[in-house]
Write a protein that binds this ligand. Sequence first.
Ligand SMILES: [Zn+2]
Length: 134
Amino acid sequence: MEKRQFETLRIRLERQRQEARQFLSRFKRETGSLEQDVPQDSADRSVIHLSQESLFEQASQRQQILRRVERAMQRMDEGSFGVCAECGKDIPLRRLEVLPWTQYCVHCQEMIERGEERGSSRVERNGEGLRRTG
Ligand SMILES: [Zn+2]
């Protein structure tokens, strides 16, 4: 990977990290105040509860992103960024531009996701992914 591309991705990750952190600190402040303001038996409670729930969802998403971003930045420092943690091949730049915190190439990501589903028996698909070495 070119240094310029690397730096662009690092800046993008830093922005993501900042955005996630800001959201989370705002979330903590707001949920803190929401808890105090919620009346025990009010008709409004369900509404508050609902908006709180989607907030929680967003917060947990941000937390996940934050964790991934931080790990990716760690890999940048270690020099293992942009290399698939599973097969050791370079992750295509196009993929990194969409998901700068990803640890795996598309092929391995699919394998892992399929493995997590665990539904059907292992499908042996000799796709190009396996043959395209180097
Ligand atoms: Zn891979």
